[in-house]
Design a protein around this ligand. Structure first.
Ligand code: SAH
Ligand code: SF4
Ligand code: F3S
Length: 435
């Protein structure tokens, strides 16, 4: 049996689903912990230092599971393995790791595994190869309702803080017909919540011969008949078009949710981050989306404490979140990544000071989220029922805007869409009853 652990974002998760698919084809069963597993694969994430420390800590602990089960093989893959310094560290300091491969070499797993099992020698497959996309890999999806569908890989944006373009390589899009086929399969297999994935879905199609836009792709998928929601992430504000927002507004299955990371509310910092938009442009898109998409739910990513950021800059971020009123935010304290331009910039603000700003941001957002949720009381919302909450007779689902709703109901409703009247808001969780 094999154990696969995912450390990163949805793309990382989607890669793990392909890893599980390949392992199943190789005859492995899957288990949910490293103890006793014949094969352990850690699919790593390099986005912040904390993510990397977790991986190294857990790899260290594998010494013990391996001692109790000497035949255990250990593989590391994912974004961290796109960094030569990390690979060197694994080579030298973690001799019991049998195999390492970067995201470009995911499809080689069966071959690498065979090599390790037959020769007992360590394998490293980490050269940069920005080449073709490996299509047609088997996939094991753990969730029966939600499916990820990658539409593009890599990133060309080189935001100055970010490691992704270095570890995932240049942007490349999948052929539209292949994406449509996969979406059709997912819908007829009964998946209810399909999320299209890419680091910057708005630049989908630029590497393809007939240059389809993301809005066109979204519209074509939306035209597939069936009972499902269609979501996507991530949109980059620099090329989020009105065409895209109109497509969402006029869509049949497209959820009324836009995840649009702005990172900072200060133009000076946005420039230093190499984001290619300013506060005004961001607010223009958001206001257009609010005007066109009834009840749109907006979410975003924010970095606090970018090198050179002052409290004045940070206050611009606070004023932006007050102005937009996001449903929820993913907030991060800046973490220097070796090899990125920002890691060489002057960073005079102390960690304590940044944590103070960070808490201030969380407090402001908590108030906004509570207010937004409270404003939904008495609305009737379409909700996808996803699971039992664990409390007796209670179910948990999500609105089109991705807000959690808890309600009383029979578990036979799991996997169906229901109209739910919102009766109560508790911070960012809604309570409701079946209509
Ligand atoms: N491609 C997406 C984001 C991918 S990474 C986009 O451009 O929006 C997810 C989030 O991690 C980013 O939006 C950013 O907020 C955060 N992040 C990336 N690098 C970081 C770093 N070095 N320190 C802290 N947060 C970071
Ligand atoms: Fe990183 Fe920027 Fe690319 Fe997003 S768009 S993955 S933040 S470089
Ligand atoms: Fe995702 Fe982490 Fe890689 S956020 S793209 S798994 S660095």
């Amino acid at each position: 049996v094999a154990f696969v652990e995912t450390y990163g974002c949805q793309q990382n998760e989607a890669d793990s689903e392909q890893i599980r698919g390949m392992l199943e084809h190789c005859g492995y069963g899957l288990t949910d912990g490293p103890e006793g597993a014949d094969l352990v694969i850690f699919n790593t994430c390099a986005i912040r230092e904390h993510a990397e420390q977790r991986v190294f800590g857990n790899v260290g602990a594998l010494v013990h599971t391996r001692r109790r089960h000497p035949r255990q093989k250990i593989f590391l893959c994912g974004c961290m393995m796109g960094q030569p310094a990390v690979v060197e560290r694994v080579r030298k300091s973690y001799p019991y790791v049998d195999g390492v491969f970067s995201t470009h070499h995911l499809w080689e797993l069966p071959q690498l595994l065979l090599g390790v099992l037959t020769t007992g020698k360590r394998v490293f497959s980490v050269e940069d190869s920005a080449g073709a996309i490996a299509e047609g890999l088997p996939v094991v999806r753990e969730n029966k309702l939600k499916a990820w569908v990658s539409v593009m890989y890599g990133c060309n944006n080189f935001c100055t803080y970010c490691i992704v373009p270095y570890v995932r390589g240049r942007e490349r899009s999948r052929e539209k017909s292949l994406i449509l086929d996969e979406a059709r399969q997912m819908i007829s297999a009964g998946y209810k919540d399909i999320t299209l994935l890419g680091q910057n879905v708005n630049s989908y199609g630029k590497t393809l011969a007939d240059k389809p836009t993301f809005a066109q792709l979204l519209h074509e998928i939306d035209s597939i008949d069936g009972d499902y929601w269609l979501r996507f992430m991530t949109s980059h504000p620099k090329d989020c078009s009105k065409e895209l927002i109109d497509t969402i507004a006029n869509g049949t299955h497209i959820s009324k949710h836009l995840h649009l990371p702005f990172q900072s509310g200060s133009d000076r910092i946005l420039k230093a981050m190499n984001r290619h938009y300013d506060r005004k442009k961001y607010l223009d898109i958001v206001n257009y989306a609010k005007e066109k998409i009834d009840g749109v739910s907006l979410t975003s990513d924010i970095i606090v404490g970018f090198p050179g950021e002052t409290y004045e800059d940070f206050k611009e971020t606070l004023s932006l979140i007050r102005e937009v009123e996001f449903t929820s935010l993913f907030t991060f304290i800046y973490s220097p990544r070796v090899g990125t331009p920002a890691a060489k910039m002057d960073d005079p603000i102390s960690a304590e000071e940044k944590s103070k700003w960070f808490r201030e941001l969380l407090d402001v957002q908590e108030e906004i989220a509570a207010k937004r949720c409270a404003s939904m009381v008495n609305n009737t919302e379409k909700v996808l029922i996803e699971s039992e909450t664990g409390k007796n007779g209670e179910l948990s689902g999500r609105t089109s805007g991705n807000i959690i709703v808890e309600l009383k109901g029979d578990k036979s409703l799991i996997g169906t869409f229901q109209n739910v009247k919102i009766t109560q808001a508790r911070n960012w969780i809604l309570k409701g009853e079946l209509v």
